[in-house]
Design a binder for this molecule. Structure first.
Ligand code: SAM
Ligand code: DTB
Ligand code: SF4
Length: 322
């Protein structure tokens, strides 16, 4: 049964289970809904980098912080499609296009829609992350064929104001509502390692798991250290087992969602990534860069998959194995 009425107490109790019991429960849920040997691969492209008016304290692309990232204009449609073709050759099923905006300007919508149409014509799933969207903007992107929209809540409601001040968690939830209402599938998750404690991580996952419908994709990012950002001063390394516990909790609370082990894999051992897959993560980003920071090389991922007997394929809900 898919529940959207999880309480903090229930989530805390699951998160605090002995590691062996937590992993068994997560594996049981995972296998009831997915083939545990299949991991989806998505590829990211920054279609408009830097110069962002928001002040997200973790981000290399905010104009409020001096991080050395240069601002660029929106890429040409053809250049985006060339990158998508390359990603498809490298095995990506989904192409996610990210822009450093508070929200897109209406004058950009024609180009954005052309990108969506072009990527879909390559036979790939499309995802965009462009900041806040109004309902008419959602409708235009939907009409162009956009499959997913990424818009993260990033942290717990209680920690949010310490991370960004130019927008609120409510603003984020409002855009998520518009996206859902407009019929685009939702990709929404957050970041660990920004000075939050385990209670914040649990609260973030409960916030996601009590949305009217669970996000279809839940990216779990580890904060990628960026010199010159305010989060640098408060960031604390995440205990690897705490990351695995967060992944397991996401899997148990949101059984049919695809949980993506997102930013931060360059700093993870193969063993830690394997534990995250056992805990229920079933998607990764592939390709040497995320938006502005490094990701493992494709050969490393191919090698890891081969050693674990895992396949890169679309994950299907109810592609279950007992
Ligand atoms: N501007 C849009 C927005 O904020 O929704 C889209 C791009 S923004 C870079 C997409 C997401 O990347 C953020 O919500 C955040 O979760 C993630 N992100 C940004 N910087 C990060 C970092 N240094 N480490 C980990 N994740 C990061
Ligand atoms: C998400 O949750 N992680 C991706 C994607 N959604 C857009 C972004 C990760 C960005 C990591 C920092 C960077 O490369 O700038
Ligand atoms: Fe801008 Fe998105 Fe970075 Fe925030 S996370 S500063 S909105 S690009």
């Amino acid at each position: 049964m898919i529940r959207t009425d999880w309480t903090l107490e229930e989530a805390r109790a699951i998160h605090a289970l002995p590691f062996a019991d937590l992993m068994h429960r997560a594996q049981t849920v995972h296998r009831a809904h997915f083939d545990p040997t299949v991991v989806e691969q998505a590829s990211l492209l920054s279609i408009k980098t830097g110069g962002c008016p928001e002040d997200c304290g973790y981000c290399s692309q905010s104009a409020h912080h001096d991080t050395g990232v240069k601002a660029t204009r929106l890429m040409d449609v053809e250049a985006v499609l060339a990158a998508a073709r390359k990603a498809r050759l490298a095995g990506a099923q989904r192409f996610c296009m990210g822009a450093a905006w508070r929200s897109p300007k209406n004058r950009d919508l024609d180009a954005l829609c052309a990108m969506v149409r072009g990527v879909r014509a390559l036979g790939m799933e499309t995802c965009m992350t462009l900041g806040m969207l109004s309902p008419p903007q959602v409708a235009r992107l939907k009409e162009a064929g956009l499959d997913f929209y990424n818009h993260n809540i990033d942290t717990s409601p209680g920690h949010y104001a310490r991370i960004a001040t130019t927008r609120t968690m409510e603003d984020r939830l409002e855009t998520l509502d518009h996206v859902r209402e407009g019929g685009i599938r939702v990709c929404c998750g957050g970041i660990l390692g920004m000075g939050e404690d385990e209670e914040d991580r649990i609260a973030m996952l409960v916030t996601l798991a009590t949305l009217p419908r669970h996000p279809e994709s839940v990216p779990i990012n580890l904060w990628q250290p960026i010199e010159g950002t305010p989060v640098e001063a408060v960031a604390r390394p995440v205990d690897p087992f705490s990351l695995v516990r967060a992944v397991a909790l996401a899997r148990i609370l949101m059984p049919e969602s695809v949980v993506r082990l997102s930013a931060g894999r360059t700093g993870m051992s193969d063993e830690l990534q394997a534990l995250c897959f056992l805990a229920g993560a079933n998607s990764i980003f592939v390709g040497d860069v995320l938006l502005t920071t490094d990701n493992p090389a494709s050969w490393q991922d191919a090698d890891l998959f081969a050693r674990l007997g895992m396949r890169n394929a679309p994950v299907q809900v109810a592609g279950a194995r007992a």
